[in-house]
Write a protein that binds this ligand. Structure first.
Ligand SMILES: [Fe+2]
Length: 196
């Protein structure tokens, strides 16, 4: 049994697209830099930053609308602007635990990219601006990257039971990194890419 309330009657939330939150909200996950130490390429830059502070990289709020027969879930993520070395702040990235589960993301503020990669190693990057809707098919890992000067905020719609598999993509990393060069986002091959 999951710990969430059952929603047997229709309910509504109020979303703030500027702040990247909604009310009422009971489920919040905060990722500080120290929680994301394994995903950044420049480990020296990471350690240098952590000596000084441990900033919030992103916050994820979600509302699991669980009924006896469904578990449609709404989420909103706010990635703060920032970099580790020259690599932009980003989400941890995950596959869904259940291989038949898709997801829809909608960018509402800021700019960046959604990085996607499947188990066969096919890589895609979708450029985001406010209003961009991206369908993530089943079997594609996904990670959002904030390349702007302000927050990147996006909505998520998925089934709660899709689950999160963070470990698989954490081991291999995505095929490409998104770094800043001459004030612009540039893709480079991931030098730490491990096979298998
Ligand atoms: Fe997902």
């Amino acid at each position: 049994m999951h710990p969430y309330n059952l929603y047997t009657i229709p309910v509504s939330l109020q979303v703030n697209f500027d702040l990247g939150n909604f009310e009422p909200c009971s489920e919040l996950i905060v990722r500080n830099l120290s929680d994301l130490s394994s995903i950044f390429n420049d480990q020296q830059a990471l350690q240098d930053l952590l000596v000084v502070e441990n900033p919030v990289v992103y916050e994820f709020r979600y509302a699991p609308f669980v009924t006896p027969v469904s578990d449609m879930t709404f989420g909103i993520t706010r990635i703060n602007p920032g970099k580790v070395g020259n690599e932009y702040y980003m989400t941890k990235g995950h596959f869904h635990e259940h291989p038949d589960q898709p997801e829809i993301y909608t960018c509402v503020r800021g700019c960046g990219y959604l990085l996607l990669e499947n188990h066969a190693g096919e890589f895609k990057a979708e450029q985001w601006q406010p209003g961009t809707v991206t369908h993530i098919p089943p079997g594609w890992a996904h990670r959002a990257v904030n390349t702007g000067d302000g927050p990147l905020i996006f909505l998520a719609f998925y089934h709660l039971s899709a689950g999160h598999d963070y470990g698989t993509i954490e081991k291999t990393g995505f095929a490409s990194l998104l770094i800043e060069q001459e004030d612009k986002p540039v893709f480079i091959s991931n030098p730490a890419r491990k096979s298998g």
